[in-house]
Design a protein around this ligand. Structure first.
Ligand code: ATP
Ligand code: LTN
Length: 327
């Protein structure tokens, strides 16, 4: 039996290099040896202000991008979260066994909410229990995510263990899988802030669908420092971030990279990095254009994904409902 992998991305904006390096590439790395389920988590994207038309459009774009990146529907089940209503049913059941204190410790919530605490929707607070439901519904073994989601997967483990302790062994306890390189790509305009879909800065991120020209402009403007020399030093966060992207995409080690750039400057690094990024995303963009030319094909992939997930959804929910006394 292959180990089961589950992961997802919110369609809350354009997918960027952080999502690609921190998440999608690691899903691709083990496609053959795993039982793969990948989701576009559209119900997570409604925890903040949003526009329904943009959500609809962003959800389809994300599915097409998943496939364009190489997630072949023959090797994985692809679907949209809201097409399987059991995600929210299980989320409610798990919410009832999740202490407030566990959710209050979530750093992402604390960072995002700040002084607006009284006004944000309760969905933003409870969101990690929906994420736990996404993962536990499929009896997942491994959850490949970027560094920012590690705490949520650990919370998912705690919720699964608490469920099993209270109601009997029903849920598989999953493990987070975090990449060694690129688990936290930083903003190109601010190397102290995580690259994020929802950041507004014009030169903040490189989106997977950005034109070559835009990629060059954004990378050439990336914030660095006034020091000299290209070395892999985490104390120089702007430079280190560029080198991390370079390392993740070329597969070279620190020593090789430093030798390669010996005697060169930031301008040389940025020029070369821009070309490495463009070479990575151009084939993705070409496949994306082909895929989106045939919307019926995407609908068919999504419908098949749901159909192939039905047996596991029904089995988990049947066991959960019985264990909790609803049947
Ligand atoms: P938002 O700004 O809407 O929260 P996001 O860009 O942070 O979005 P998510 O949908 O929250 O992206 O994340 C999808 C996946 O990409 C997760 O596995 C997450 O850990 C990973 N990821 C997101 N941003 C980065 C980043 N800057 N570096 C590495 N991985 C990232
Ligand atoms: N919360 C995640 C997205 C997400 C997810 C999941 C990731 C929702 N459900 C299940 C892995 C497994 C985020 O990146 N903001």
């Amino acid at each position: 039996m292959k180990r089961r992998v589950f992961s997802g991305i919110q369609p809350s904006g354009h997918l960027h290099l952080g999502n690609y390096i921190g998440a999608i590439r690691n899903w691709l790395a083990n496609l053959d040896s795993r039982d793969n389920i990948f989701c576009v988590v559209d119900q997570h994207a409604i925890t903040v202000d949003y526009d329904p038309d943009a959500l609809r459009e962003g959800t389809r774009q994300a599915v097409a991008l998943y496939m364009a990146c190489g997630l072949d529907p023959a090797q994985c089940r692809l679907f949209v979260q809201s097409h399987i209503p059991e995600h929210t049913e299980l989320a409610w059941l798990l919410t009832c066994i999740t202490p407030m204190g566990w959710l209050e410790r979530m750093t992402q919530f604390k960072e995002r909410v700040g002084p607006r605490r009284e006004r944000v929707g309760t969905g933003l607070f409870a969101y990690p229990t929906l994420m736990a439901a996404d993962i536990l519904l499929y009896q997942t073994h491994e959850v490949p995510v970027g560094d920012d989601q590690k705490q949520h997967v650990e919370l998912t483990r705690d919720i699964a263990e608490r469920f099993n302790h209270k109601f009997g062994e029903v849920l598989t306890v999953p493990e987070p899988v975090i990449p060694q390189v690129g688990a936290r790509i930083m903003g190109l305009d601010d190397p102290m802030a995580k690259m994020s879909k929802s950041a507004t800065g014009h030169h903040h991120s490189v989106a997977l669908l950005d034109s070559p020209d835009k990629v060059r402009k954004t990378i050439m403007r990336a914030v660095t420092d006034s020091q000299q020399g290209i070395v892999c030093d985490p104390q120089r966060p702007g430079l280190y971030n560029l080198l991390t992207i370079y390392q993740a995409l070329t597969g070279l080690g620190h020593a090789e990279i430093e030798t390669h750039f010996a005697g060169k400057g930031y301008g040389d690094l940025k020029k070369e990095l821009a070309e490495v990024v463009i070479a990575e995303i151009e084939p993705i963009q070409a496949r994306y254009r082909e895929l989106t030319a045939d919307p019926a094909y995407i609908d068919e992939v999504l419908a098949t994904g749901v159909e192939r997930l039905r047996p596991v959804v029904d089995a988990t929910m049947d066991a959960v409902r019985r264990a909790m006394g609803h049947r």
